[in-house]
Design a protein around this ligand. Structure first.
Ligand code: NAD
Length: 515
């Protein structure tokens, strides 16, 4: 049997009676029948560890009704009272950070320290939300005309939503809903059904922190739930994070219906290495970025574009590091890289490696034969290194989203930057050099919004905006930070006059001037 939420074969490795997760609507779990659920797999063991509901239009409608009913009260809740709930929520997430990270490791496979790091990066945006009242202040300009004042104010939009990917079940939602909620909106989260454990915990903690019923809702599901969110007339705004194909669809269908939509999507990030770079640091960066989280990060640098003799010097240093990497279950101490999140995705990565070989790239390290000695049913893969990758190859052009790093050799900086600027994706990039002038030039010339200088995964801090360009994003505003506040609020411009009997003006049909 194929699971309709995840598309995976469901039959094998079903555990005894795995717990059933629930949608979270109006401040409480919604019971579901086992037949309306799909499996959640532990990729390290290949076993089913939980069951996730398959929601659709009915559940979305219930969540919207709850969020709509909660909106007026939440909108009118004083900022400081909203802030207090966020401070309490921040403390609870902090207290439960290890539990959340364990759930991420269980469902996703990434190592526990990596999962914990992602929870803490999510926490940064919750902390930003605690202090958001200052960002919500408007501008006031007295006397824009005689006896007339003007001011701006920011108000919430109403019911808002997010559709999020498997790879960051805590961090990515935490980059979105704290800002939406703190702006005074109510919220519906449609997380990935592959990694639901940590998401469920967030809703429970929100309610425990005093978040009013209906303000934060979760509906699990696949295509049907997403379609219901996109089509629901009472949802004002959606942020999507995931693959470009789905993100573009959500953007087009949502904006067609008058919604505010932003999609943050696929990536193929490249690090440019100049011959003057600190090669030890650069090799660390390439290996950490390319293979961390098994390459399942939208900010992973999966291409190393090496200028001049940089590749000759870098390759042995990368190989030394690869030889020391330990692949295993993410909860095991000392493990550097966990399994791939799903059996199907593992197979897809293997097909990409086959393709790279067929396309003529040099396969320097082959991760395909790796079998974990004590977890043979886990979805493990070793790391793969290709050299002599060229822009004509599909493994250069397309996102693989696995532990596959490719070295591209070019003669000049100009050639390297024109490759990066010519790529259809533009999420993150980095330059490795000890030349400040070259780094400065790169920052100005590269057409990728998130840039690292000797920093391989340049994810901006949680109070700054995050987002890509070209096929890595749809919409004008980035996620989080100032852009997040603008996305989740409507600016109003008020022009105001109070009657003054002593200065009564005569009737005039002339367009009002300000002089
Ligand atoms: P995905 O597009 O498969 O899923 C994302 C969300 O869309 C999930 O909630 C999923 O249930 C839903 N979905 C999937 N298929 C759908 C369909 N056909 N119709 C409607 N909804 C559907 O992405 P994923 O595999 O979960 O995540 C990996 C992708 O996300 C990669 O491409 C990665 O680069 C990208 N990503 C981007 C960012 C960013 O900020 N740019 C961050 C994280 C991940």
């Amino acid at each position: 049997m194929v699971d309709t939420v995840t598309g995976r074969p469901e039959a094998e490795a079903e555990g005894a009676t795995p717990p059933i997760l629930s949608h979270w609507i109006d401040g409480r779990p919604v019971e579901v029948l086992p037949e309306n659920t799909g499996p959640v797999w532990n990729p390290a063991t290949g076993e089913v560890v939980a069951r996730v509901p398959r929601g659709g239009a009915d559940e979305v409608a219930r969540a919207v009704a709850a969020a709509k009913a909660a909106f007026p009260g939440w909108r009118d809740t004083p900022l400081i009272a909203r802030s207090e709930i966020f401070f309490a929520f921040r403390e609870l997430v902090w207290q439960h950070r290890n539990e959340m990270a364990e759930l991420i490791t269980r469902d996703h496979g990434k190592t526990f320290p990596d999962a914990l790091g992602s929870v803490l990066r999510g926490l940064e945006t919750i902390e930003f939300a605690c202090g958001l009242p200052t960002q919500l202040a408007g501008l006031n300009t007295p006397n824009v005309a005689t006896n007339v004042d003007a001011f701006t104010l920011r108000v919430p939009l109403g019911v808002t939503a997010a559709i999020t990917p498997f790879n960051f079940p805590a961090m990515v939602p935490m980059w979105i809903y704290p800002i939406a909620l703190m702006c005074g909106n109510t919220f519906i989260l449609k997380p990935s059904s592959h990694t639901p454990g940590a998401t469920q915990l967030q809703a429970e903690l929100w309610t425990k922190a005093g978040g009013p019923d209906g303000t934060f809702n979760i509906v699990y599901g696949g295509r049907e739930a997403v379609a219901a969110i996109v089509e629901h007339p009472d949802i004002a705004a959606i942020q999507f994070v995931g693959s470009t194909a789905v993100g573009r669809h959500v953007f087009e269908e949502g904006t067609k219906r008058g919604k505010r939509v932003a999609s943050f999507t696929s990536a193929k990030n490249a690090m440019l290495v100049l011959p003057d770079a600190d090669m030890e640091l650069t090799a660390d960066a390439a290996v950490a970025s390319g293979y961390g989280s098994a390459g399942e990060r939208c900010m992973a640098q999966t291409l190393v574009i090496a200028v001049g003799n940089a590749a000759e010097r870098l390759r042995p240093l990368i190989l030394e590091r690869i030889a020391r990497l330990k692949v295993g279950p993410g909860m095991e101490p000392g493990v550097d890289m966990g399994p791939i999140y799903s059996r199907e995705h593992r197979e897809s990565i293997i097909r990409w490696i086959d393709k790279g070989v067929a396309e003529g790239a040099e396969l320097v390290v082959d991760g395909r034969p790796f079998v974990h000695p004590t977890n043979p049913n886990g979805f493990f893969l070793g790391v793969t290194l290709f050299d002599h990758v060229t822009p004509e190859m599909e493994i250069y052009q397309e996102e693989i989203f696995g532990p596959v790093l490719g070295i591209v050799r070019v003669a000049t900086y100009e050639e390297a930057i024109s490759l990066i600027n010519g790529h259809k994706y533009a999420n993150g990039t980095a330059i490795f050099t000890t030349d400040g002038g070259a780094a400065r030039r790169f920052k100005l010339e590269v057409q990728v919004p998130m840039i690292g200088v000797n920093v391989p995964i340049p994810v901006p801090a949680g109070y700054l905006s995050f987002g890509g360009a070209k096929q890595s994003a749809s919409g004008d505003l980035a996620m989080r930070g100032e852009d997040g506040v603008r996305f989740f609020s409507q600016q109003k411009m008020v022009t105001e006059r109070w009657p003054d009997p002593s200065r009564r003006e005569t009737l005039s049909l002339v367009f009002p001037g300000n002089r």
